[in-house]
Ligand binder design. Structure first.
Ligand code: UDX
Ligand code: UDX
Length: 480
C-alpha cells in the first residue's frame, strides 16, 4: 500500500529551525500547504512583515525563499489549534533548553514545551496525523509523546483520530540554513510505521536524492542527532586544546589543522580554532548526552563527553584572561572594542555565544566595551550581558558614572571606527567577512598606543595589522 500524499503541514515553533525548514519545504512543494504556528505573536508578525529584511531570523537566502512562497502555500500564524486540525503532518520544532532547576538541572533538557505541544496536537488533531519530532530531544522522548497521542485516540470525545510518530532531526547549521536544507548531506527519518516514513520520505524526495534519505528506528534517529552534535563539538574542543599547546610551543594551529585535515580519515572541516563553540545546540545536546549516560549507569562515558563542554568554557575564559594579561594585567577603565557578538557569522543568533562569557569576564574586570555586530541588536546584547547599555563616553573627557568607579560598562557601536576610537585593544569574536577586510593602516591611529588586536577567529592578515604598528595575538599562534 502506498502512503497517501501529504497536502497540509503544520509546524509548531517559528524559530531558527522551524522557520527556515518550513520555508524551504513550501518552496520545494508548492502544492503542499505549510502553516508555521507559534505562541509568540511578535515573532509571527515579523515573519509576516512585508519588508523581508525584518524577518525574525537572519539567514542568507531566506528572504528570497520566503518571498517566493509566503501567501502562496506558506503561512505564519498564531492560530495553533486550527492549523493542527487541518494538517495531515505536524512538525514539533519548539525549543528544548537545558533545565535550570529540578531533576537534571544544568544537564537534562526541559521538555515542558514538547509535552505541551504533544497535548495540544492530541486535543486538536482530526483524522490521521503524522507527528514529526523536529526538535532535538533526549533519546526515548518519542515514547512520551506517543503515549500522550495514543491516549487521545481513545479519548471518547467523538472525534476520529489516529497518529503515527516519526523522528526527523534537523541538521542545518545557522548561517548556511538554506543551502543545508536545499542540499542536505542526508535526511534522517526514524520511525516504526512504514507508511508514515514513506509519506515523509516522498515529501523530501521532491528535491533530495533517495539515497540521501536514511531510515532508522526512532531511538537511533534521536540518538544520531545528539551524537552528530557531540562529535562536531568534540572536534572544536580538540582543536582549541591543541591551539593552546601551539601558543606555548611555537607551533601554529592553522598549520597543524591543515596538516591533520589532509588525512582523509580526519577531513578538513570543523578544525577552526576559535573562542569556543556557541549556538543553541552543542552545549545543550552534550549535556543531554551526559545526563543520559549517568542515568543509564555509564559515568565514565558521561565524564568523557562532559570534558568537551568543560574545555569549551575554559577556552572562553582563557581568551578574556589573555586580553587582561597582555594589557599589563589590568583592563579597569580601559576602552576595548569587541567586534562580533553573534555565535558565528551570518546569523543574528547569540545563544551561548562565546562573546557573552568573554565580555562578561572583561566587564567584571572593569573594562569599557564598545560592542559592534552587523546583525545583533543592542537590546539582545543587554539581555545577554544582563547589563543595560551605557551611553558612549567621550574619549577626551574620560569615563563617567559607573565607569569612574571602575565598574565595567558597554555600549553598542554601529561603526567600527568609532568602536576603535581611543581603544587599547580590538577583540574579534565573530568571523564576519567584513572584519577580514578592515583597513588597519587607517584604523590604527584612532587607537591608544600601544594597541593590540586579539584575533580569536583568525580573520585578519597578520602582516597588515603588524605593519600598521599594532600588536597582534592570534588564537593558536605560538611565537617560533
Ligand atoms: C531549535 C531546535 O528545534 C531545538 O531542537 C533545539 O534544541 C534548539 O534549537 P530553534 O528553532 O532554534 O530550536 O528555537 P527557537 O528559535 O527558540 O524557536 C522555538 C519557537 O517555538 C519559539 O518561537 C517559541 O515561541 C515557539 N514555541 C515554544 C511555541 O510556539 N510553543 C511552545 O509551546 C513553545
Ligand atoms: C550545529 C550543527 O552544525 C548542526 O548540524 C546542528 O543542526 C545544529 O548545531 P550551528 O550551531 O548552527 O549548527 O553552527 P555550527 O556551524 O555547527 O557552529 C557551532 C559553533 O562552533 C559556532 O560557535 C562556530 O563558530 C563554532 N565552530 C565551528 C568553531 O569554533 N570551529 C569550527 O571549525 C566550526
Amino acid at each position: 500500500m502506498t502512503a497517501a500524499p501529504i497536502t497540509s503541514i503544520c509546524c509548531i515553533g517559528a524559530g531558527y529551525v522551524g522557520g527556515p525548514t518550513m520555508a524551504v519545504i513550501a518552496d520545494q512543494c508548492p502544492d503542499v500547504r505549510v502553516t508555521v504556528v507559534d505562541i509568540n505573536q511578535t515573532r509571527i508578525d515579523a515573519w509576516n512583515d512585508d519588508d523581508l529584511s525584518k524577518l525574525p531570523v537572519y539567514e542568507p537566502g531566506l528572504d528570497a525563499v520566503v518571498g517566493r512562497a509566503r501567501g502562496r502555500n506558506l503561512f505564519f500564524s498564531t492560530a495553533v489549534d486550527e492549523a493542527i486540525a487541518a494538517a495531515d503532518m505536524v512538525f514539533i520544532s519548539v525549543n528544548t533548553p537545558t533545565k535550570t532547576k529540578g531533576l537534571g538541572a544544568g544537564q537534562a533538557s526541559d521538555l515542558r514545551w514538547v509535552e505541551a505541544c504533544a497535548r495540544q496536537v492530541a486535543k486538536s488533531a482530526t483524522g490521521h496525523t503524522i507527528v514529526v519530532e523536529k526538535s532535538t530531544l533526549p533519546v526515548r522522548t518519542a515514547e512520551a509523546v506517543k503515549a500522550i497521542l495514543f491516549a487521545s485516540e481513545q479519548s471518547g470525545d467523538g472525534v476520529q483520530r489516529s497518529f503515527a510518530m516519526l523522528s526527523n532531526p534537523e541538521f542545518l547549521a545557522e548561517g548556511t540554513a538554506i543551502p543545508d536544507l536545499e542540499l542536505p548531506d542526508r535526511v534522517l527519518i526514524g520511525g516504526e510505521n512504514p507508511e508514515a516514513i514513506d509519506a515523509l520520505a516522498s515529501l523530501y524526495g521532491r528535491w533530495v536524492p533517495q539515497e540521501r534519505i536514511l531510515r532508522t528506528n526512532l531511538w537511533s534517529s534521536e540518538l544520531s542527532k545528539l551524537t552528530a552534535n557531540a562529535f562536531l563539538a568534540q572536534r572544536i574542543s580538540s582543536i582549541n586544546s591543541v591551539g593552546a599547546l601551539c601558543e606555548v610551543t611555537g607551533a601554529d594551529v592553522r598549520e597543524v589543522a591543515k596538516a591533520i585535515g589532509t588525512d582523509s580519515r580526519i577531513g578538513p572541516k570543523f578544525l577552526q580554532a576559535g573562542p569556543g563553540f556557541g549556538g543553541s545546540c552543542f552545549q545543550k545536546d552534550i549535556l543531554n548526552l551526559v545526563y543520559l549516560c549517568r542515568h543509564f549507569g555509564l559515568p565514565d562515558v558521561a565524564d568523557y563527553w562532559e570534558s568537551v563542554v568543560h574545555l569549551n568554557s575554559w577556552q572562553q575564559h582563557r581568551i578574556a584572561r589573555t586580553v587582561v594579561q597582555k594589557l599589563f594585567g589590568t583592563v579597569t577603565g580601559k576602552r576595548l572594542a569587541v567586534l562580533g557578538f553573534a555565535f558565528k557569522a551570518d546569523t543574528n543568533d547569540t545563544r551561548e555565544a562565546p562573546a557573552i562569557r568573554i565580555a562578561k569576564d572583561l566587564l567584571e574586570e572593569g573594562a569599557q566595551l564598545a560592542i559592534h555586530d552587523p546583525k545583533v541588536n543592542a537590546d539582545q546584547i543587554a539581555r545577554d550581558l544582563q547589563l543595560p547599555a551605557s551611553t558612549e563616553p567621550d574619549v577626551e573627557s574620560g569615563p563617567k558614572g559607573a565607569a569612574l568607579s571602575g565598574e565595567g560598562t558597554w555600549w553598542p557601536s554601529e561603526n567600527i571606527a568609532s568602536a576603535l576610537k581611543g581603544a587599547d585593544a580590538v577583540i574579534i569574536l565573530t568571523e564576519w567577512n567584513h572584519y577580514r577586510e578592515l583597513d588597519w593602516t587607517a584604523l590604527a591611529p584612532l587607537m591608544r598606543q600601544p594597541a593590540w588586536v586579539f584575533d580569536a577567529r583568525s580573520v585578519v592578515t597578520p602582516a597588515d595589522v603588524q605593519s600598521a604598528g599594532l600588536r597582534l595575538w592570534r588564537v593558536g599562534e605560538g611565537q617560533p
